[in-house]
Design a protein around this ligand. Structure first.
Ligand code: DAT
Ligand code: MG
Length: 150
């Protein structure tokens, strides 16, 4: 089975009207959207989701940011999806992100960096389970699938 990763478009992406722009990049790259929904991140979900950052100086601002409005949660599938998506997203601090990356093209700062992508297959598994029930992941073929790999 193709590798799976979790992506979250943060409240700034939604409110700046960037959902289509960002999803389009993933679609054009050849990644398959197998789950997608607009959802609000509660305080408790936010804390679980960002548990690794609890206690850090930016934790409270991060909680406020992620809960500030609806987010788009999605699951993307494809060869090497975790690493490919991280590369497409760019560096955590948007100010250092290369042009051509999502953060490098669409964001300016670390605290408003528009998107999250899983950093490993294990994180992806954990994050997918936080936002989706197993039956919300759908299986289908893209019409260009035979041309996306040898
Ligand atoms: P990434 O989102 O690139 O995986 P991360 O997991 O290290 O980065 O951090 C999660 C989010 O927390 C990140 O998107 C923005 C925020 N963050 C991380 N480090 C920060 C810092 N030093 N100052 C402010 N916000 C930070
Ligand atoms: Mg991370």
């Amino acid at each position: 089975m193709a590798e799976r990763t979790f992506v979250l478009l943060k409240p700034d992406a939604v409110q700046r009207g960037l959902i289509g722009e960002i999803v389009s990049r993933f679609e054009r790259r050849g990644l398959k959207v197998t789950a997608l929904k607009l959802v609000r991140v509660s305080r408790s979900l936010g804390e679980t989701y960002y548990a690794e950052h609890k206690g850090k100086s930016f934790f409270e601002p991060l909680m406020a940011y992620i809960a500030a409005g609806p987010v788009v949660a999605m699951v993307l599938e494809g060869e090497g999806a975790v690493a490919v998506v991280r590369k497409m997203i760019g560096k955590t601090n948007s100010a250092d992100a290369d042009p051509g990356t999502i953060r490098g093209d669409l964001a300016l700062t670390i605290g408003r960096n528009v998107i999250h992508g899983s950093d490993s297959a294990d994180s992806a598994k954990r994050e997918v389970a936080l936002f989706f029930r197993p039956d919300e992941l759908l299986s289908y073929a893209r019409i260009d699938e035979t041309w996306l790999r040898e």
